[in-house]
Design a protein. Structure first.
Length: 201
């Protein structure tokens, strides 16, 4: 069994500060009976910490059949292509990616062309850096790549609107991807997620 979280005073896998009954958590168990057994054991630990498990918000999911979303991530069980072993696959949820691309579109909209370009890029970088800092985790490389491509396309489109360029081809020629980073200072979103283990109980 694996779980994401910690005791009072520890950080929730680097993502939030527990210490109250509102600390979110996931348990991975191979069989249902083991889930029930470990669930009772963990509830006992929480009681020792002076906390309690909210049973109304706790639910059981068969990750072999269904994926589920939690804290912006999508969870499920997958099989490794080389090892053939089953592992927990964790990546940004579809909704999280949709929200990110929608926000990037807002930050690079045509109505923002009167704003000085350095300010537009600075605001865009702040959002993208924060988003990447949260989702740069486990199996998120594909999702990170999608958002990175969208950020590049949106900034390029924004530059075209600023320079009143109608042709997309001209935009690619005038604002190639390398120039977006070298000249305009766009934050380069990492596309290779770092592997981090959840805490083991």
């Amino acid at each position: 069994m694996r779980w994401i979280g910690g005791g009072p005073g520890q950080k929730l896998d680097g993502r939030s500060e527990p210490g109250s009954s509102g600390m979110p958590m996931i348990w991975w168990c191979s069989v249902r009976g083991r889930w029930l057994q470990r669930g009772r054991s963990f509830a006992t630990c929480w009681k020792d910490w002076g906390l309690r498990l909210n049973e109304e918000k706790t639910r059981e999911v068969n990750a072999k059949k269904d994926r589920f979303d939690f804290l912006g991530f999508s969870f499920g069980l997958s099989t490794g292509r080389t090892s053939g072993q089953v592992y927990p696959h964790v990546e940004p949820s579809r909704r999280s990616i949709q929200r990110a691309t929608a926000r990037v579109a807002q930050l690079t909209a045509r109505r923002r062309t009167p704003i000085p370009l350095p300010d537009v890029v600075k605001t865009l970088n702040q959002y993208v850096r924060g988003w990447a800092g949260y989702f740069h985790y486990r199996n998120s490389s594909k999702g990170l790549g999608r958002v990175k491509w969208h950020v590049e396309e949106r900034l390029r489109t924004h530059l075209r609107k600023r320079h009143k360029m109608k042709s997309r081809a001209a935009g690619y020629a005038q604002f190639p991807t390398a120039r977006l980073y070298a000249r305009y200072g766009l934050f380069k979103l990492p596309t290779k997620a770092g592997w981090k283990r959840a805490y083991a109980f």
